[in-house]
Design a protein around this ligand. Sequence first.
Ligand code: UDP
Length: 316
Amino acid sequence: MAKILVTGGTGFLGSNLCEKLVYQDSEVICLDNNYTGNIKNIENLISNKNFKFIEHDVCVPLEIDEHIDYIYNLACPASPPAYQGKHAIRTTKTSVLGALNLLEMAKKHNAVILQASTSEIYGDPLIHPQPESYWGNVNPIGLRSCYDEGKRCAESLFFDYHRYENVKIKVVRIFNTYGPKMDTDDGRVISNFICQALKGEDITIYGDGSQTRSFCYVDDLINIMMQIMNSDENLVGPFNIGNPSEFTIKELAYMIKEKINPDISIIYKPLPSDDPKQRKPDISKVKNTFGWEPKVQLDEGLDKTISYFKEVLNFK
Ligand code: UDP
């Protein structure tokens, strides 16, 4: 039975991944410092004999005695309000020191290690949609740079460990993803809009709402991430993974308002600095290599996510 380490395992993506891995009969070690992750996300797994939780910060080197076959490195705050401001330095450290510590571990265990990189490495992109060959447009001293540059440095470390230390790597660039197990206070747009609408509060659009994003349902994302992890050793990436259907934030606000409560208002707030104007993955590489395409479109994915938040917030 494969032994798999998932860092960031109590977070949104990490906990969804742990669940899939445990149910497909792998032994999973879930590691998190619960800074933005939530132990509640793994409550259903704690008693499973194939699951173990370790509270640990990836900035600190760690030793695991058991042999590890695969490492998914998902540890990092991912929501702009969580990674900016007073948490900025912690964010860079988590990306860079976390990558270093886990790459060292992968080397020692001869494990395959997958880095959860991000569409943010493209910054405010000047090319649309974004293919993997695009080098990006990142403000290196802006409010988002702790995340963007931290993740860019992590990619650099991954490729150097692959080139010079023969570590088996996989790099995926994750575009906006949503679904069950997102935190109600996460701060990202889909969870904000749904929770606001369910509570009867105004929906807050930042800027004029003309900026675009392309949203991927979590199950689709986890499926391709696992497929990439288990693929041929030469397929190191980077691979864009996400759903290329693009929406303006205003369109999203109206979709959620209509689904939950057509009577609530939409209000406009200032656009955060360096907020990318457009984002859409070019997924040809992953499509041609793995024959993968997302299956769940926004309308269906929103319904599933709304049901989840209704339960969490105790709405009928
Ligand atoms: N956004 C918004 N209202 C919110 C939260 C976010 O209009 O309550 C906007 C945000 O400014 C950005 C987009 O929605 O343009 C996506 O933001 P999110 O934080 O989900 O992720 P990002 O893609 O910016 O990392």
